[in-house]
Design a binder for this molecule. Structure first.
Ligand code: NAG
Length: 382
């Protein structure tokens, strides 16, 4: 995802994960030093504050208000997750975690008055100042874990000194983050035999919001310039002054045979919602990003076309033109739909961080163990 300053049109699509994705996140790998075997952190003092947070925008509030004002055992068990700042100032209602992902096992809040009780504090990287002002106060309560939230690729990451050994958990698109954030396809219980490919009236489409050369888009632009000599591409988005209304996003995508899912920069695991859109809409993604094998960790090999499958842009264009004529060959790109179901992701700009924050909520409710994240940048930029 590129960030706000560069593109505010619909193409700044928030990432979303399916519920299955959230569940599968319980399997994690970490490149950090293994968690030290420490005694459990000191127990947290009993809270009487849960019912006092009526002015905070939080999930627990609604569930508590249903059960009058009493703090039930159950409510007390929910870890408090304090969102220190709103990423890019995109506010949302914390109850969205329940609405979109059926997640409500933590108590999300943005009320800094709860800092001393917060089990987890989410800190958004792009909002951290170079002088580290406006980080949560230190020393932190002994039981409290700080979560580093960052969804941009290394190309678009400020290396702010002083954060290397500050956090406990990382929340990122990287698969080896403590809390990986990603859309996933859900496995079907019963095969679906009746998927119908949506009607197509365009060959190749591309929605581009960000075209800032500083964000690494050069690779994809060079490829595109060559590619578009051989095949017609319908362009949308802010970068091309053809703004697409949010409501038209999925229908427009569905009406294209192919969609250019070109990442802004090429990094391991940096495979964003750009591929999820076409998969969800019933369109074949043509991807540019990390190697094919990396994509295949997340989506079926036969669900997409990789630009590196071809020696050059011209051969890719020729292959797409061939598929345009060969209905049966084209149809094969949808066979995976028998066994897997995609989910549309949230596409409003203000929804960009909902998935990540809800995923963190679910994770910390299930994993309460001691953890330190060291050498943040050695890991992130490696
Ligand atoms: C969180 O990480 C910090 C920095 O490494 C560490 O001092 C602290 O003990 C950790 N706390 C928990 C509860 O994991």
């Amino acid at each position: 995802m590129m960030s706000s300053k560069n593109g505010s049109s619909l193409c700044r699509l928030g990432v979303v994960v399916t519920l299955a994705g959230v569940i599968s996140m319980s399997i994690m790998f970490s490149m950090f030093k293994p968690s030290q075997k420490c005694p459990l952190p000191p127990p947290k003092p009993k809270l009487n504050s849960v019912k006092n947070c009526t002015n905070s925008n939080n999930v627990a509030k609604s569930s508590n208000s249903v059960k009058s004002n009493s703090v039930t055992e159950k409510a007390e068990e929910k870890p408090i997750v304090l969102l220190w700042v709103w990423p890019e100032n995109y506010r949302f209602d914390f109850s969205d975690c329940k609405t979109f992902y059926n997640i409500d096992n933590c108590h999300l809040t943005d009320d800094r008055a709860l800092y001393n009780d917060a089990d987890n504090v989410i800190v958004y990287h792009r909002n951290i100042q170079w002088d580290l002002s406006d980080l949560p106060p230190s020393p932190r309560p002994p039981f409290q874990r700080w979560i580093w939230l960052h969804l941009e690729s290394p190309t678009n990451t400020k290396r702010i000194t002083g954060l290397e050994n500050l956090f406990n958990l990382t929340l990122s698109y990287r698969q080896d983050a403590d809390i990986p954030v990603r859309m996933r396809l859900m496995t079907r219980k019963k095969p679906n035999e009746d998927f119908v490919i949506p009607k197509k009236d365009k060959l190749v489409c591309w929605i581009v919001s960000n075209n800032d050369p500083l964000t690494g888009v050069d690779t994809r632009n060079v490829f595109y310039r060559e590619f578009s000599k051989y095949i017609q591409v319908t362009l949308f988005g802010k970068a091309y002054a053809r703004f697409l209304d949010y409501n038209d996003y999925y229908p427009t995508m569905a009406s294209c045979k192919f969609y250019l899912a070109f990442e802004n920069s090429v990094h391991k695991d940096y495979i964003t919602e750009k591929i999820n859109g076409p998969l969800a809409a019933g369109t074949v993604p043509v991807v540019l990003g990390p190697p094919r094998r990396n994509y295949e960790n997340f989506v079926p090999a036969e669900s997409f076309i990789h630009v590196n499958d071809f020696p050059d842009a011209k051969s890719l264009a020729e292959y797409l033109l061939h598929l345009d004529k060969d209905e049966d060959a084209y149809r094969k790109y949808f066979n995976w739909r028998k066994h897997l179901t995609p989910s549309p992701h949230l596409i409003l700009q203000t929804q960009e961080f909902i998935l990540a924050i809800c995923t963190a909520c679910d994770h910390v409710a299930r994993h309460r163990e001691y953890k330190e994240a060291h050498d943040l940048y050695d890991w992130y930029f490696s």
